[in-house]
Design a protein around this ligand. Structure first.
Ligand code: GYE
Length: 321
């Protein structure tokens, strides 16, 4: 190594060292929604390991699905004087007052995996999310392509009422099937992103639709509700994956298990690693004053039975989600 290279290396090492030394002093409070789905549990697990990797102290508050608990947690993080706050907002509205308090305390807020009402854009630093309208559109386009010109009655299991991802995944799917009048949504109800409610609502759909005979496909806003719906279909003597098509979102291991067994057809992948990019943004902002873009978009990728679901299941199952 010549002298110049050595000097450069030292300079880089010096810069890297001081940034991570500063990062080690950062404490981030994370107001997490709860544990409604496998994806959510994975996000929590990945957040903890990402915090370790980034040398950040992460305090996680579990809101048990309640916005009021999230608001309390944010106020408590402000009182503790954390360096930044991560918020996975259970619903899109009702954040203005508490986010203004964080702003007054000069604590940057990063949204994880869900959005808030666009009116609140100046109240947070950045949002790390997927394009959830696009996710719904990908699901709808897959269905349209799969059924061709055949008539297809779809039942839809929606996510949590008022959550940005539920609104967007509905809208996106409707866009995806637009212009194909043979494909239509005949029933749509919330299953609150959980397996238990997905199963319960699917049971009522089956009853209402001639024992399931009138249903061609199920679209669920997440895989967990689909896993519940698959159970309901099997218990009613129906064959999900063949008689009734399925398409959902998240790409959790259990949906690949169902795909490998021929009982599910497609899923749109969403990374549970929202905290990694969020921590990068916060550290750069705190140590160098770098203002991140307002939206840090994560990828969405479609998986079908043609994508070796057994191998994907094997590769994902040990990640703890
Ligand atoms: O798809 C679902 C969850 O907000 C993107 O919330 C997230 C969604 C995820 O519970 O499983």
């Amino acid at each position: 190594m010549n002298f110049k290279a050595l000097m450069l290396g030292t300079a880089l090492f010096g810069a890297g060292f001081s940034a991570s030394a500063l990062a080690a002093d950062l404490t981030v409070g994370f107001s997490q929604i709860g544990s409604e789905s496998g994806w959510r549990a994975a996000e929590t697990t990945v957040s903890k390991s990402e915090a370790k990797k980034h040398n950040v102290t992460l305090k996680i508050a579990d809101a048990q699905q309640k916005q009021e608990n999230q608001i309390k947690a944010i106020r408590s993080f402000i009182a503790q004087g954390v360096d930044a706050i991560f918020l996975a907002p259970v619903v899109a509205t009702g954040w203005d007052a508490v986010l203004k308090e964080a702003k007054e305390a000069q604590i940057p807020v990063v949204l994880l995996d869900r959005d808030i009402d666009p009116a609140g854009k100046d109240l947070y630093l950045t949002a790390v999310t997927s394009d959830s309208v696009h996710e719904g559109a990908v699901a709808g386009q897959w269905l349209v392509k799969t059924v061709g010109t055949k008539p297809c009655n779809v039942v839809e299991l929606q996510g949590t009422v008022g959550a940005s991802v539920a609104t967007n995944r509905k809208k996106g799917f409707e866009e995806g099937i637009a212009g194909h009048p043979n494909v239509k949504i005949v029933r749509s109800q919330t299953g609150d992103f959980t397996r238990a409610k997905g199963k319960e609502v699917m049971e009522s759909f089956i009853k209402a639709e001639g024992g399931g005979k009138n249903i061609c496909a199920v679209y669920a806003h997440n895989d967990d509700m689909m896993v519940g719906a698959i159970q309901a279909m099997k218990e009613a003597g129906l064959k999900p994956g063949t008689e009734i098509l399925t398409v959902s979102i998240d790409a959790v291991p259990d949906i690949f298990k169902a795909m490998a067994a021929g009982e599910a057809n497609a899923t749109v992948e969403l990374t549970p690693n929202m905290a990694g990019p969020a921590l990068d943004a916060v550290i750069a902002y705190k140590t160098k004053g770098t203002v991140p873009p307002k939206w840090i978009q994560t990828e969405s990728k479609l998986y079908t039975q043609a994508d070796n679901p057994k191998a994907v299941y094997e590769s994902k199952k040990d990640l703890g989600y």
